[in-house]
Design a protein around this ligand. Structure first.
Ligand SMILES: Nc1ncnc2c1ncn2[C@@H]1O[C@H](COP(=O)(O)OP(=O)(O)OP(=O)(O)O)[C@@H](O)[C@H]1O
Ligand SMILES: [Mg+2]
Length: 247
C-alpha cells in the first residue's frame, strides 16, 4: 500500500550547509499493517512522514501510496491519507465537534455519514465532556485527541501518525493505541513514529530504526531479535545507537 524507494531529502541552513535529513530510505507497508518508525531526536522521522504525506518534496527517490506517486499525483495521495503531526494547528475558536464537521466537509464526507462518524469518534476517544468547548480552552491532551479524531474523520485507508501518543496520560494513550489497533483490523495501512519503546513493541507488526536519516534496521520484533541477539526493543535500539556512535 505504501512503497518508499530510495527516498532522500536535503536541507540547507547557515550552520550545517547542505545536509541529508533523509538519506536513501526504502521500506514498504501493507494493508492491515502497523509500521513503526523509531529513532533519536533529529533522526529524520518527521521529515520522512511529511514527505510521504506530500507536505515536503523529495530531493530524490519515490513514494507510492495506494498506487499514486507523491510527485506525480500529490492530490490523490493526500486523499488516501490521514496525517497527524504535532505542529498541526486546530482552529482556536472552533469546538472539537465543529472541527470534525469542518474537516469532514472539506474531505467531502456525505453529511449523514459525517454526523454519525463524528459522534462515533467523540464516543470512542472519550471526548464527550469537552466536544463543545472551544479549542483554545482545552488541555494539550484534549487537543491531541481532537487532532487524532480529525485525522480519522474521513476514514482514509492510510494513516500517517507522527508521535500520536506524545504528551498523553497513560489511559488516554491506551485509548489511542486501541484506536490504532482497530484501524489495523479494519485493513488500514498505518505508519507511525514514537519514542515509547514498549508501545512500539506492543503495536507494531514491523519496526524500522532510523539514525542520521538512514534506515539502520527494519523487521518484525522476532527479526530484530534474531539480527541483534537482544530481547527488548529498548536494548535493541540503544545498542544500535551505541554501535553507530562507536563506528
Ligand atoms: N525545514 C527544515 N529546514 C532545515 N532543517 C530541517 C528542517 N526540517 C527538519 N530539519 C532537520 O532535519 C533533521 C531531521 O529532523 P526531523 O524533524 O525529521 O527529526 P525527527 O526524527 O522527527 O526528530 P524528533 O524525534 O525530535 O521529532 C534535523 O536535523 C532537523 O534539524
Ligand atoms: Mg519528529
Amino acid at each position: 500500500m505504501i512503497q518508499v524507494q530510495g527516498l532522500s531529502r536535503s536541507f540547507h541552513d547557515a550552520k550545517r550547509g547542505d545536509f541529508l535529513a533523509v538519506d536513501k530510505v526504502s521500506f514498504s507497508v501493507g494493508q492491515g499493517e502497523i509500521f513503526g518508525l523509531l529513532g533519536p531526536n533529529g533522526a529524520g522521522k518527521s521529515t520522512t512522514l511529511r514527505l510521504i504525506a506530500t507536505l515536503l518534496e523529495p530531493s530524490a527517490g519515490s513514494v507510492t501510496v495506494n498506487g499514486f506517486e507523491i510527485s506525480q499525483a500529490p492530490a490523490e495521495v493526500r486523499r488516501q491519507i490521514g496525517f497527524l503531526t504535532g505542529d498541526m494547528g486546530l482552529y482556536a475558536r472552533l469546538t472539537p465537534r465543529e472541527i470534525l464537521h469542518f474537516f469532514g466537509r472539506l474531505a467531502e464526507v456525505p453529511e449523514a455519514r459525517l454526523m454519525s462518524r463524528t459522534e462515533e469518534l467523540i464516543a470512542r476517544l472519550d471526548m464527550g465532556s469537552f466536544a463543545d468547548i472551544r479549542c483554545d480552552k482545552l488541555s494539550s491532551g484534549m487537543k491531541q485527541k481532537t487532532a487524532i479524531a480529525r485525522t480519522l474523520v474521513h476514514d482514509p485507508p492510510v494513516l500517517i501518525l507522527d508521535e500520536p501518543t506524545a504528551m498523553l496520560d497513560l489511559p488516554t494513550a491506551r485509548i489511542i493505541e486501541r484506536c490504532i489497533l482497530e484501524a489495523k483490523r479494519n485493513g488500514k495501512c498505518i505508519v507511525y513514529s514514537t519514542h515509547i519503546m514498549e508501545e512500539a513493541e506492543y503495536l507494531c507488526d514491523r519496526i524500522a530504526v532510523i539514525n542520521h536519516g538512514q534506515l539502520k534496521i527494519c523487521g518484525s520484533m522476532d527479526e530484530l531479535r534474531a539480527a541483534t541477539g537482544k530481547q527488548r526493543l529498548r536494548e535493541i535500539f540503544l545498542d544500535l545507537l551505541e554501535l553507530e556512535r562507536a563506528a
